[in-house]
Ligand binder design. Sequence first.
Ligand code: FMN
Length: 260
Amino acid sequence: MNLIDFYYFSGTGNTLLVVKKMQETFEENGIKVNLYKIEESDPKSVNLDHTIGIGFPVAFFSTYPFVWDFLKSLPNANGTDIFMVDTLGGISGGIVGPLQEIIKKKGYNPIGAKEIQMPLNIFFIQDAKTNETKVKKGLIEAEKYALDLINKKSEWDRVPVLSEGMYLFSKGLLKLTKANMHQKWFKFGIKEDECRKCGICVKLCPLKNITMEKGKYPERGLNCEYCLRCASFCPRHAIPCKFNYKSKTYRGAKAKEFLK
Ligand SMILES: Cc1cc2nc3c(=O)[nH]c(=O)nc-3n(C[C@H](O)[C@H](O)[C@H](O)COP(=O)(O)O)c2cc1C
C-alpha cells in the first residue's frame, strides 16, 4: 500500500473529518492519499492499480442511494485492495456485510471495514461540548484504524446474519422517503423571511437538487436524499429540517471545506 485513492461523501462534515484524519495518518507514514468526492467522481474511472478507500455516513441503517450507486458501479477488479470507513450516530447494520458481498463479487480484496461513532446530525443534536468529545474520540479511532490498515491488522468482518435483512429494510425506508418527497412534511421548505438568496445551498447540494432563478428564492427539487448539508450550512438557518428536534442543526466542518 503506497498510494491510496480515497473516495468519500460527507453530508455535514463528520466523514470529512474522519477521512482527513486518516489521510494525515497515512501520509505521516509515507503513503500518498488522493481524496475524491463521490458526488464528483465517475466510479468507472477508478484506478485499479491503487488501493481504494471509501468513506461515507450511515443513513437509514445503510447509506444514501447515490453512494450505493457509486459503490455498485465500481468496475470489476482483479484483487485490488479496498477498505471502507463509515461514520454514524447510533447503529447501522445494513452496510458492512452487503458491501463486502458486492465488492468481493467484483473481484476486490476487502482489507478493512470500520464504523466510527461521531455526533448525530439528525433528530436530536447534542450540546457542543458533548459533540466535541465525540469528535475527539472518533478521530482517535480514525487514526488507529489507518494504522491498523498500514500494519495489516484491520479486518472486514464476515457478513452478519442480520445484515442482509437490515439492508433491505434500509432500502425500503429510503424508497418510502423518496416516494413522499412531494409531501409537505418530507419536503422541508425554505423560510423566505430568513433567506437572503445567497445561493450557498445551491452550491452545496451534492445532488444539484436546489436551483435558484435570478432574484427568486431557492427551490428544492424531488431528488433530495436528506444528507442535510443545505440545512446545516445555511448561514441564516432558513432551511429547517423537520426531522430535527426544534430544527436544530449540526456542522462538523466549515462550509468552505465543501466548496473547494
Ligand atoms: C437522513 C439521515 C439518516 C441517518 N441514519 C442513521 C442511521 O441509520 N444510523 C446511525 O447511526 N446514524 C444515522 N444518521 C447519523 C449520521 O450517520 C451521522 O451523524 C454521520 O456521522 C453524519 O456524517 P456526515 O457529517 O459526514 O454527513 C443519519 C443521518 C441522516 C441525516
